[in-house]
Design a protein around this ligand. Structure first.
Ligand SMILES: Cc1cc2nc3c(=O)[nH]c(=O)nc-3n(C[C@H](O)[C@H](O)[C@H](O)COP(=O)(O)OP(=O)(O)OC[C@H]3O[C@@H](n4cnc5c(N)ncnc54)[C@H](O)[C@@H]3O)c2cc1C
Length: 438
């Protein structure tokens, strides 16, 4: 009997894991095609939650999902490893050796996996544009490990300041956030809340209003550049009421151990610096066996989500540049785009297996929401009925924001599990501190 068609997905994030789950549930269950997901991490966490992990309002270990378990429940295979190359002539992806946590012992040697159809969904990471000191001294929020690392440093900073008998130094308990996109703004609001809760749990010598300071530094003329001005103004007002300093028109030229320098000559003192400005796709995509990529390393795809260089290699999510006619050269790098592309590609891969022509994908922008922690949520919703963008704020916007994550969980687990999970969390919330204390 002939081997079933093998679909390999590289990257199990917002797009890749939803796709693997749907393919496994349909084609894998009745053995019409085999799906293999490759990821360099062992567990998945929906990336838009990372700023909450960093602030300590969300416990990573309660929300991460084991790839091996998901694979077993949904009829696909999981392979742990970091893909670093492709041989299109032989239809194999190359996977670098996998090491243990301490990088001492080689667990899996370098290997290759054969595919019939390949989907690249490796996402993006922060783009520090080569700014001196950024890599050494600024923390990015690209992975759960980095978000946890930031949180540990934040708690340590509080422990140190609380035990100190001398006055606080100039940068102490000061956080600089570089980039006033949604990630930077959401992080600032979330940190404002959780640092106050952290202090209330036993750091009595710290006065949050006096001692803890946050500064957002943005090169552009206003915060939230990708969102409508009204949303930005509402967010700016709230940040002002929280005494978060917002510096616009300030381009960062260097990050130092205890300060951030800007082109205008300012030195902003900071004990912790987060780099949240700009993204780019992983470097190995820039030269992936001749596939076309742009200056952000994104693979150029047609609206069928096939790469321009190979009809059997597809790309979705942040690492793909899919045309968005009449709007922008590429569909924006957002979780809702990754979700839509996974849904579209699921149908297209099935059509390709059946020898049918592929459908073109058109991105539908439902708007953007920015969570300002427990203080508020603001955003704009798009819709034909509304005749454009509708400004939303407060409780309704918060519900819509929460619904985004629930939709991702629904795609991974189905309705019943999402409802039981929600109920379970409502009850456990009462027996746990509201902020992670370690
Ligand atoms: C802090 C933060 C907040 C955000 N908030 C929002 C929001 O509110 N709304 C919104 O729409 N978007 C938001 N985003 C953007 C959103 O998270 C991304 O657009 C989305 O996750 C992209 O999905 P993806 O599937 O392309 O990639 P990802 O979700 O990033 O997944 C990529 C996967 O590929 C794996 N991988 C990477 N390289 C390799 C390799 N070489 N080999 C094997 N595996 C690899 C990674 O481990 C990861 O599992 C936010 C992003 C951040 C960082």
């Amino acid at each position: 009997m002939a081997e079933p068609h093998h679909i390999v997905i590289v990257g199990g994030g917002a797009g890749g894991l939803e796709l693997a789950t749907r393919l496994g549930d349909s084609l894998g269950r009745d053995k019409r095609a085999r799906t293999t997901l490759i990821d360099c991490a062992r567990t998945h966490l929906w990336k838009p939650l990372l700023h909450e992990v960093a602030a300590g309002s969300l416990d990573l270990y309660e929300h991460d999902l084991d790839y091996l378990a998901q694979a077993r429940w949904h009829h696909f295979d999981f392979q742990l490893g970091r893909v670093d190359g492709l041989d299109r002539a032989r239809r194999v992806v190359r996977i670098a050796p996998t090491y243990d946590e301490d990088k001492n012992e080689e667990l899996i040697p370098r290997r290759e996996i054969h595919y019939d159809m390949l989907v690249i969904a490796v996402g993006s990471r922060t783009n520090d544009f080569g700014t001196p000191g950024a890599r050494e001294y600024a923390i990015s929020l690209d992975t759960p490990d980095q978000a946890e690392h930031f949180h540990r440093r934040l708690v340590n900073a509080c422990i140190r300041a609380n035990a100190q008998t001398t006055p606080l130094g100039p940068g102490q308990l000061k956080v600089a956030i570089i980039g006033a996109g949604a990630t930077g703004v959401e992080l600032a609001a979330e940190l404002h809340k959780t640092t106050r809760e952290l202090v209330a749990y036993g750091f009595g010598k710290i006065d949050p209003e006096r001692d803890i300071r946050m500064t957002i530094i943005e090169a552009g003329p206003r915060i939230l550049p990708a969102l409508p001005e009204r949303v930005a103004l509402a967010a700016q007002d709230l940040l002002k009421s929280l005494h978060v300093e917002v510096l616009t028109g300030e381009r960062v030229t260097e990050v130092q151990a205890h300060s951030v320098l800007t082109a205008s000559g300012r030195a902003i003192p900071a004990e912790l610096t987060v780099w949240a400005a700009g993204i780019k796709a992983p470097d190995f995509l820039a030269d992936l066996d001749g596939l076309e990529s742009n200056r952000l390393n994104q693979l150029i795809v047609h609206q069928t989500l096939q790469t321009t260089g190979d009809p059997d290699v597809f790309a979705i999510g942040d690492c793909a540049c899919c045309p968005w006619p009449e709007h922008a050269p590429c569909v924006p790098a957002r979780a809702q785009a990754a979700h839509q592309e996974a849904t579209h590609l699921f149908r297209n891969l099935r059509r390709r297996l059946e020898g049918k022509p592929l459908h073109t994908y058109i991105y539908r922008d439902f708007g953007s929401l920015v969570s300002l922690g427990e203080y508020s949520t603001v955003g704009s919703l798009m819709g034909k009925l509304m005749g454009g963008a509708l400004f939303v704020e407060g409780f309704f916007a918060r519900l819509m924001y929460i619904a985004l994550y629930r939709m991702h969980l629904y795609a991974l687990h189905g309705a019943a599990i999402v409802i039981f999970d929600l109920l379970g969390r409502l009850f456990t919330r009462r027996t746990e501190p509201r902020v992670k204390l370690h």
